[in-house]
Design a protein around this ligand. Structure first.
Ligand SMILES: Cc1cc2nc3c(=O)[nH]c(=O)nc-3n(C[C@H](O)[C@H](O)[C@H](O)COP(=O)(O)OP(=O)(O)OC[C@H]3O[C@@H](n4cnc5c(N)ncnc54)[C@H](O)[C@@H]3O)c2cc1C
Length: 421
């Protein structure tokens, strides 16, 4: 087996790896950097897959992390269509699917997440899609070209964004989910209802507190051909020319597990606040990284957000360069409903006992503050982005707010800058 040496091996071709490579160079790393990813495309911004790229408004180049020539200019070797099949963290070697063995001084594991597949009757029918990659987005765009009725399975942001994008593409969309209202799991019922009503006001039909039972096809036998109907546990029969399932993801820790790295209670690769895994010289970032988060009192966090992957890449690079910096960014999330609006969120709040609304749902412009024992855990905003910096400050402080301060949170005319700390 051919073998070679590199200073930095970055495993996974997503945003976390790409941004790590960038920051290694920006911060002066001189050694060889090898980034290995199994997808055919160079690293790109996955959020475009449910938004502009899906709708055909963006070229294949637009979602790219950097233009193709950038990698060579930065002396970063990019191997696409290549997997790392084995990792020996003690020997600091990795085996690639092209049969090369790579010896590394330091490695980053950023293998991301895989979609959860629903293995119900009829799941092998044509035009049942999942969405993770640019290739999946191409398949959905082509698959819905002749479709009138599209059913989205799931009540989270992927299904909601798809409902918006596909409605804008002229499709009649129906959403089927377990939740009572969309986005309820992350943001609670009141905010969730606001987003559901936003979708419904544009013609999306939403069925909550139900679930997928099976699919039926248009073939001679119902399990053959193209999908034609979605059947729900509560007895709904939804016509469907195409289906997209957004039933969550699970971190891809196969390689990490086989390498014997410690895994955490949230299913990710267990890391310190410096994003260092249990193996010296091996770091983790992005969707698989379960790190001790200083801004959450040291609690282990694993968060599947674009911004987290982006910032993890930087923190990992700095620590690979020996800077010894904790990952102290407050996680940020955004989700876009076509041209109907965009939500932004900092947090996350795992649990809360109080919601305070600044602005109003009825007025279509609000920030909802999520508090536990009087302290701000998270904030969700629709149209009030300026509130987010205050939210970050309050989350980091962890301080319980007085009654007077909590009243100020809910008063759109109050000056948030004057709030503690
Ligand atoms: C359709 C869609 C829309 C999204 N929209 C938003 C949004 O609006 N806002 C937001 O905050 N977040 C959004 N996200 C989430 C965000 O994109 C992810 O959190 C982020 O991409 C994670 O980056 P990552 O680098 O950790 O992993 P990934 O992007 O998953 O990259 C990991 C890469 O590693 C590859 N890989 C895995 N194993 C190996 C191996 N053994 N060898 C080589 N390569 C390997 C994978 O194939 C993959 O290409 C969206 C995600 C999707 C799918």
């Amino acid at each position: 087996m051919a073998s070679r040496d590199v200073e930095y091996l970055l495993i996974g071709g997503g945003l976390a790896s790409a941004n790590c490579a960038r920051w290694l160079r920006e911060e002066g790393a001189d050694g060889e950097i090898l980034l290995v990813g199994r997808e055919p495309d160079p690293p790109y911004n996955r959020p475009d897959c449910s938004k502009g790229y899906l709708r055909g408004e963006e070229s294949r180049e637009e979602p790219l992390f950097r233009p193709n020539e950038w990698w060579a200019q930065q002396r970063i070797e990019l191997l696409t269509r290549t997997s790392v099949t084995a990792l020996d963290a003690d020997a600091r070697t990795a085996t690639l699917s092209n049969k090369q063995e790579v010896r590394f001084a330091q490695a980053l594991l950023a293998t991301g997440a895989n979609v959860r597949r629903l293995n119900v009757e009829g799941c092998q029918l044509e035009q049942i899609h999942y969405l993770r990659t640019l290739g999946n987005a191409d398949a959905i765009r082509e698959g819905v070209a002749q479709a009138e009725e599209v059913v989205l399975i799931g009540g989270s942001y992927i299904a909601c964004e798809l409902a918006a994008s596909l409605t804008l593409m002229g499709k009649r969309c129906t959403l089927l989910m377990q939740e009572a209202v969309t986005l309820e799991r992350g943001f609670g019922a009141r905010a969730g209802r606001f987003f559901q009503e936003l979708l419904e006001s544009h013609g999306v039909r939403v069925h909550g507190e139900d679930e997928l039972e099976r699919f039926e096809g248009d073939g001679a036998k119902s399990a053959e051909g193209r999908v034609a109907r979605v059947l729900s546990g509560r007895g709904l029969e939804l016509p469907a020319d195409a289906v997209v399932v957004g039933a969550g993801v699970s971190p891809d820790v196969q390689l990490a597990r086989r390498a014997g790295l410690a895994l955490g209670e949230r299913g990710g690769v267990r890391c310190s606040s410096r994003l260092q895994s249990s193996a010296p010289g091996v770091f983790a970032a992005g969707d698989i990284c379960e790190y001790d988060s200083p801004v959450h009192g040291g609690a282990p966090m694993r968060i599947e957000h674009w911004d987290v992957a982006f910032n993890h890449g930087r923190t990992a690079a700095l620590n690979m360069l020996g800077r010894d910096v904790p990952h102290e960014t407050v996680p940020y999330f955004f989700s876009v409903f076509g041209d109907w609006g965009e939500l932004e969120y900092v947090g996350p709040a795992r649990e809360w006992d109080e919601e305070i609304v600044r602005g109003s749902y009825e007025g279509g412009e609000f920030t909802t503050w999520y508090l536990k024992d009087g302290a701000v855990q998270a904030a969700l905003t629709f149209g009030r982005s300026d509130d987010l910096d205050h939210a970050r400050r309050l989350i980091v402080s962890g301080a319980a707010l007085s009654e007077h301060e909590r009243a100020a949170l809910g008063d759109a005319g109050s000056d948030l800058a004057s709030l503690a700390p």
